[in-house]
Design a protein around this ligand. Structure first.
Ligand SMILES: C[S@@+](CC[C@H](N)C(=O)[O-])C[C@H]1O[C@@H](n2cnc3c(N)ncnc32)[C@H](O)[C@@H]1O
Length: 315
């Protein structure tokens, strides 16, 4: 496809010289526009020190589109209705750091909590990134409930970033990412890669079958969720949102939470002054302050997991 530059050879302003060491000029106005757009689209507040990160990640988009300047790229993004480019723009600017059993103190709390809940238990992992967190949740449910009860349990794994969701759905990881897990967990929940997959592991199909991966933007007005959850994990994503956005997200969690449900936050996230709907229970775990969700729970359907297929990894 022809670029706007190619379509407009008479462009009033010729491309300016690139910054030293950079392929493209990157002005404060460009960065300000990027901040505005990603805030509008994903709720993410990019701080000043993310300027170099924004440059390097989006410069790839300019190259991919054959464009000469950030201004052209941002004009294109704003003027053309191009969902694929918006997706690429968003994917480029998210930070996806995660790990299996990250902030490990949450998992025994989840295990103890679900053991007391009515079946079938459902958990929503709302910033799932590349899958390590939802898989850690599913593994915890199996350990807490046993294999057969856990088969009825579901984990909804959502994220705004489609690239990380695809990785999560595949369930393949470098062995290095799981080497800190106990031998028991490794044997019970992973298959070891051989041949072309040596050095890798794959999450076992029965664990993957408990999880449904789906794109969801936490800043959307309507999440379109028809089920309620015993627990919601919303860890290390609210730090990218400003207070009004945090407050809106929390108000949308409330109706999809079953009575007595728990909300798990990241280590540096504090919702105490953002919402009255959830009360801090300790260790960055919040509980719903009212029981209203339970009444609606029976009227709604349950989230069903998709059964993912296995790939060429053998034991
Ligand atoms: C730092 S990771 C945290 C992953 C995981 N929860 C953890 O704590 O290990 C933050 C994730 O939030 C996602 N994210 C950012 N903005 C989002 C939004 N508006 N809606 C849904 N997910 C979003 C990013 O794509 C990224 O995968």
């Amino acid at each position: 496809m022809a670029t706007r530059a190619q379509l407009r050879p008479d462009k009033a302003e010729p491309a300016k010289a690139a910054d030293p060491g950079r392929d493209f000029e990157f002005t404060s106005a460009d960065f300000a526009r990027i901040r505005e757009l990603i805030h509008r689209g994903a709720g993410i507040s990019l701080s000043d020190h993310k300027r170099d990160m924004a440059y390097s990640r989006l410069a790839r988009r300019l190259r991919a589109r054959g464009l000469d300047s950030f201004r052209e790229y941002l004009d294109l993004l704003e003027s053309e209705n191009d969902p694929a480019e918006w997706e690429a723009f968003t994917n480029a600017l998210t930070t996806n750091l995660t790990a299996f059993f990250r902030e490990a103190h949450h998992f025994p709390i989840l295990a103890e909590f679900v053991a007391r809940r009515q079946a079938p238990v459902s958990v929503w992992c709302s910033a799932a990134s590349t899958g390590e967190e939802p898989y850690s949740i599913a593994m915890t449910l199996i350990e807490a409930l046993g294999d057969s009860a856990a088969r009825q349990a579901t984990v909804l794994a959502t994220d705004i970033d489609t690239q990380v969701l695809a990785k999560g759905e595949a369930g393949m990881y470098q062995f290095d990412q799981v080497k800190h897990l106990s031998q028991e967990r490794l044997k019970r929940f992973f298959l070891k890669g051989t041949g072309a997959h040596a050095g890798m592991v794959k999450v076992r199909p029965e664990v993957r079958a408990m999880i449904r991966f789906q794109q969801l933007n936490l800043t959307d007005r309507d999440y379109g969720l028809r089920s309620q959850f015993d627990a919601i994990f919303c860890r290390n994503v609210m730090i990218y949102f400003d207070k009004p956005t945090q407050s809106q997200v929390l108000s949308r969690f409330e109706p999809v939470m079953k009575g007595g449900g728990l909300l798990f936050a990241g280590h540096s996230e504090n919702f105490t002054y953002v919402t009255q709907a959830f009360r801090l229970r300790g260790q960055t775990v919040y509980e719903l302050t009212r029981d209203g969700g339970a009444a609606r729970a029976g009227q709604r359907g349950q989230t069903q997991p998709a059964h993912s297929s296995t790939s060429g990894v053998t034991v």
